[in-house]
Design a protein around this ligand. Structure first.
Ligand code: SAM
Length: 258
C-alpha cells in the first residue's frame, strides 16, 4: 500500500484482515437495482468487495488524501463523494423508494450521529451493517430491562431488528485501536407499527430516558400521566418503572394515545 498519513481526528483505523472483510460482505445479497451506501471507505478495502456485488455503490469519504487509493478501484458502478457525510442531506442523493444497503466501518464517535441522520432525513435503509465499538454494539442490540438499553435503542427498534453479528479484534485494524469492535446489523422491519407523529415519538422516548436512574413519573412530568399510567398497566408496568423496562411498542402505544 502507498504511504498514507493516518489521521486520528477522522478515526482512521483501517481493516486489514481479509477474512473479516469477506465475512462483512457475505452478510447480505443485493439485486442489480439496489443501492449500497458506504461511509468512510478509507483506502477501499471494503469498497473493492462492495462493487463486486454488482449494484451501484456510493461512498462518502471526508479525507481527500485517500483519493489516490480509491481512484484505483476501477469500477463503473462506484461513485466516491469527498465530503463530511454528517453535513449532507440524504434526500439530495437518494429517494425514499430506493432499496438501500448501508455498510460502514466508521469512527465510533460518529456512529450515533450517522444512524440518527438517516432517521432525521427519513431515508430508512433496508439493511445497515455497521462496525462499531464493541460497547456501542452491545448498547444498540440491548434488550429492555438491561442497563445498556437506551433511547437510541428504542428508536432503532421501532424501525429495525437489530443483531450483534460478530466481534472484531482490535488487532484486525491498522493502526491498532485501543478497543475491540463489533459488526452489528439493522434490518428494516417488514411491518412497522406506525406512530402518528414520529418527532413526538422521539421526544417522548428521549424525555423518558432523560435521567436514567429516575422513574417514568419523574422523567415524564410534563405529560398526561393518567393516560400514560393506563397504557402502562395494560403491559404490566406502572409509573414507578424506568424507561429501560419498556419495549418500543409501549412507547408507540403511549404516543399514539396522547
Ligand atoms: N472503511 C475503511 C476500512 O474499513 O478499512 C476505513 C475505516 S476508518 C475506521 C473510518 C473512515 O471514515 C476513514 O477513512 C475516515 O477518513 C472516514 N470518515 C471519518 N469521518 C467521516 C465523515 N464525517 N464523513 C465521511 N467519512 C468520514
Amino acid at each position: 500500500m502507498e504511504k498514507h498519513n493516518f489521521k486520528k481526528k477522522y478515526g482512521q483505523n483501517f481493516l486489514n484482515n481479509e477474512a473479516v472483510l469477506d465475512n462483512i460482505v457475505e452478510l447480505f445479497d443485493v439485486d442489480s437495482d439496489d443501492k449500497i451506501i458506504e461511509v468512510g471507505p478509507g483506502a477501499g478495502a471494503l469498497t473493492k468487495r462492495l462493487v463486486h456485488k454488482g449494484c451501484s455503490v456510493t461512498a462518502f469519504e471526508i479525507d481527500e488524501s485517500l483519493k489516490k487509493f480509491l481512484d484505483k478501484i476501477n469500477s463503473d458502478n462506484l461513485n466516491v463523494i469527498y465530503c463530511d457525510f454528517l453535513k449532507i442531506n440524504l434526500n439530495e442523493y437518494f429517494s425514499k423508494k430506493d432499496k438501500l444497503f448501508f455498510v460502514a466501518n466508521i469512527p465510533y464517535y460518529i456512529t450515533t450521529p450517522i444512524i440518527t441522520k438517516f432517521i432525521d432525513d427519513d431515508i430508512i435503509p433496508n439493511l445497515m451493517i455497521l462496525m462499531v465499538q464493541k460497547e456501542v454494539g452491545e448498547r444498540l442490540s440491548a434488550i429492555p430491562g438491561t442497563s445498556d438499553y437506551a433511547a437510541i435503542t428504542v428508536i432503532l427498534n421501532y424501525y429495525f431488528d437489530i443483531n450483534y453479528e460478530f466481534t472484531v479484534d482490535r488487532k484486525d485494524f491498522y493502526p491498532v485501536p485501543n478497543v475491540d469492535s463489533a459488526i452489528i446489523s439493522l434490518r428494516k422491519k417488514e411491518n412497522i407499527i406506525s406512530v402518528k407523529d414520529i418527532s413526538k415519538f422521539k421526544k417522548l422516548v428521549n424525555d423518558a430516558f432523560k435521567q436514567k436512574r429516575k422513574n417514568l413519573r419523574n422523567n415524564l412530568k410534563g405529560y398526561d400521566l393518567d393516560i400514560i399510567s393506563k397504557i402502562l398497566y395494560e403491559y404490566g408496568f406502572n409509573l414507578n418503572n424506568r424507561a429501560e423496562d419498556l419495549g418500543y411498542e409501549v412507547f408507540v402505544h403511549i404516543v399514539n394515545s396522547l
